[in-house]
Ligand binder design. Structure first.
Ligand SMILES: *Cc1c(COP(=O)(O)O)cnc(C)c1O
Length: 366
């Protein structure tokens, strides 16, 4: 966390907007609970502040990807005197040490295979666990063949203390695709094997597919942090992230010259170039070279030339000198260029933009 006066960029995270987003998602869930996916340091925003704000607002279930994230999260919650169930999405269960950590830190593993179920039943049958059914991602979860095995021998999964039976949607952002309905049907059918268990299917976009996708728990991540869960329609979420890059130097150009590595951009007319102290080492993706843009107040300024490791350059020729000056801040992510727009310019997705946000920014939480 660097000094705001000397850092090349200022990242402001609006915890009020985060909590508003969680409340909105919860209200869309028609009575089902609303968890929070906070893996990868709350999608790059900072798990500690995010989790405390969410838990204080009433969020009880947190999903993370790895054991170490879970241990850290338990410490955060304990330190703030807060409780919550922490679900670990991807954890190998064959090592006794890893399993012992789960028990010690009261973490709920997601069982992704029959082998996981067997291990957990043998060693920790009373400790809570989730069961993940793969309905079309081909990443983690019981594959269809193992679901068939369970159908033939339902006792295999009996006697466990199951928190949730979960599955994950592959194309929830696409309201038109038949795959959502197919995954829903497959999941619903498999749930007949777990008649007394609570279930969870929807990520952020899944929540907006309708009540049949809600079951007992929604698991939003991206939408909490302001990414639009309904692409192609207005974003119902509040903006959580603002990223401002600081102008370090302004260069007046009056003879034809090129800007940056590779000399990919040439200035042919008289103009002004602003150099900002943010680069790809800060997660400002190199694919934004020649395509990104920022805002100086209401002035839209195009990024010119290549993104370098620590610096980017904007054409500020059309901006008054009292606005574009050394020390002034350019919105790299802001009200006029929200995270989804930046992602589009980078040929990426909001998820990648957020989880790439670098460690050198001065971070301010409001
Ligand atoms: C990351 C993740 C989520 C959250 O997804 P978003 O699209 O960010 O809402 C939910 N469930 C699982 C299994 C995940 O891995």
């Amino acid at each position: 966390m660097s000094n705001p006066d000397t850092s090349g960029g200022i990242l402001t995270i609006d915890l009020g907007a985060l909590v508003d987003n969680w409340r909105l998602l919860k209200s869309r869930l028609n009575g089902a609970d609303c968890a929070a996916a906070i893996k990868a340091d709350a999608y790059g925003l900072g798990a500690e502040r995010a989790v405390i704000a969410l838990a204080q607002a009433g969020c009880h279930d947190f999903f993370i990807a790895q054991l170490d994230e879970g241990i850290l999260l338990r410490r955060i919650l304990n330190g703030a005197g807060l409780n919550g169930e922490i679900h670990v999405l991807g954890i190998p269960l064959d090592g006794a040490e890893g399993r012992q950590s789960l028990i010690e830190h009261r973490l709920t593993p997601v069982l992704n295979a029959l082998a996981d179920i067997d291990i957990w039943k043998t060693h920790h049958r009373d400790a809570p666990a989730d069961i993940h059914i793969d309905t079309g991602m081909l990443r983690l979860g019981l594959p269809p063949s193992e679901v068939e095995t369970l159908k033939d021998d339902p006792r295999r999964s009996q006697g466990l203390n199951i928190s949730y039976v979960i599955s994950h949607l592959a194309c929830a952002e696409d309201r038109q695709t038949a795959m959502n309905g197919e995954q829903l049907a497959s999941f619903t059918e498999t749930l007949t094997l777990f008649p007394a268990c609570k279930a969870s299917l929807a990520n952020s976009a899944g929540i907006f597919l309708g009540p049949q996708y809600h079951f007992d728990l929604g698991r939003p991540g991206a939408a909490l942090y302001g990414v639009n869960p309904t692409p192609g329609m207005a974003n119902p979420m509040a903006q959580v992230v603002r990223l401002q890059g600081k102008i370090l130097q302004i260069r007046d150009v009056d003879t034809p010259q090129s800007v940056g590595y590779g000399a990919t951009h040439r200035i042919i007319q008289k103009g002004r170039i602003a150099t900002v102290g943010v680069g790809y080492a800060d997660g400002y993706l190199r694919s934004l070279s020649g395509r990104g843009y920022g805002f100086l107040g209401e002035h839209r300024v195009p990024l010119v030339g290549r993104v370098s490791m620590d610096l980017i350059t904007f054409d500020v020729s059309d901006v008054p000198e009292q606005v574009a000056h050394p020390g002034a801040l350019i919105d790299l992510i802001g009200v006029n260029n929200p995270v989804d727009d930046v992602a589009e310019a980078a040929s990426s997705i909001g998820y990648e933009i957020l989880t790439s946000l670098g460690a050198r920014y001065h971070r301010a939480y409001i």
